[in-house]
Design a protein around this ligand. Sequence first.
Ligand SMILES: Nc1ncnc2c1ncn2[C@@H]1O[C@H](COP(=O)(O)OP(=O)(O)OP(=O)(O)O)[C@@H](O)[C@H]1O
Ligand SMILES: [Mg+2]
Length: 459
Amino acid sequence: MFKQNISITNGMFRAILESIDEGIHAVDHKGITIYYNEIAAKHDGLNVEDVLGKHYLEAFPSLSKETSTLSYVLSTKRPIYNKDQTYRNMKGSFVSTINTTLPIIVDDTLVGAVEIARDISRIKKLSDKVMELQAKLTTNTAKDFDNGTSYTFRDIITSDETFLKVKKWARKAAQHFSPVLVYGETGTGKELLIQAIHNASGRKGAFIAQNCAALPSSILESILFGTSKGSFTGAEERPGLFELADNGSLFLDEINSMPTEIQAKLLRVLEDGVIRRVGAVKTRRVDVRIIAAINEEPEMALKEKRIREDLFYRLNVVYLRIPPLRERRGDIPALIDHFIEKYNKKFNKNITSIEKEALEILCDRRWQGNVRELEHVIQSAMNFAENEHLSAEDFPYIKPRFTASSSESLRDVLQHTEWRLIEKAMESAGGNVQKAAKQLQIPRQTLQYKLSKYVSAQK
Ligand SMILES: Nc1ncnc2c1ncn2[C@@H]1O[C@H](COP(=O)(O)OP(=O)(O)OP(=O)(O)O)[C@@H](O)[C@H]1O
Ligand SMILES: [Mg+2]
């Protein structure tokens, strides 16, 4: 077999390392710094020369063998992944980084360790700002008797039997204190339902929503539980969302993306109703109703360990599943009317209805983005509409998918039929390609290929 003969020179390695946007600090097995890049020097407020060739404990006198992550990795040969830290650097600035520290092992022998640091100071500052605003907003809105929500059960349009049942359970659950878990695909109306629950609950406190995805765990922890002055460098005395939502509801969105260590802390609050600000000794009792949302099948999140089992069962006291729009196509006409009315007001238009052909095209779509996608489609059409009925021409980007006329070629008709079968199989397999392929009796790769073709044809 042809083998590429690539040799990377030291110079090339260096050039690659210099172009990486992360701080890198490598030491040999004795702890002498053998590599330290400009980005790391910037984080630490030092010059590269201050550190290179020196023992890391000499270059960073504030560290000790007990506290240094490099010491831990050198002595245990175990890696540390994504540990976040906030510190004041040599120039006096606060820096927040996420570090991964790895042992360097060649031929079973430890030859050194490397620490890779990503600067998250900007995210941290931003989250502090958001927290400040949230605290202000909560205090002000509490005065205005407005709780920061805009939806009630009346705003949830549906005549679908399954969804009506969900609405009924949700109304009942609203009266109680039990946690609620809501599952629905994107755009199905989770936020709508959750706000409605809060508004029907009679709870006097605020409604506060927090998305749990994409935040490093230390930041999310401070946001949820608050911080105590002096708990870590730069920390302020500040309440977290649990305190701000006292006597109200805390909506934790995308709980399946919450870091597991925070899930453990959340479980404790659910169990004893007590929180402790990060770094504080004192505990505080809070009366907060937790409503969590998840945007993937709970079974899948559990199986893949994105949600802790103990937390799941604690949250799952009331479980509400919002059906995707394709399972309740009967709701589409009423939703269209609702959005026409909404955008008539916004755009100062007077559209009265939608023509049959256009309605049929819309009823037939897959609606992967659910009600939100439908709303955007109607909003876009109302920009184009020239008379008082929305017609198929007002939806130039949406083509009828499965209608075959005599002018169509055999190839087109066959393709439409194929797509229709694929879509049906995907629906009944709940989006699982493997299962759908089995149902269609074709290899998974073939289905994958056809799906990607289908998606690009839809665009
Ligand atoms: N049954 C409904 N009746 C009226 N409007 C709805 C309904 N369901 C959803 N909507 C509208 O659709 C949009 C999306 O809803 P929402 O934000 O609640 O979705 P979501 O499930 O939270 O989505 P995501 O997972 O992406 O956050 C909103 O503008 C909402 O007003
Ligand atoms: Mg949402």
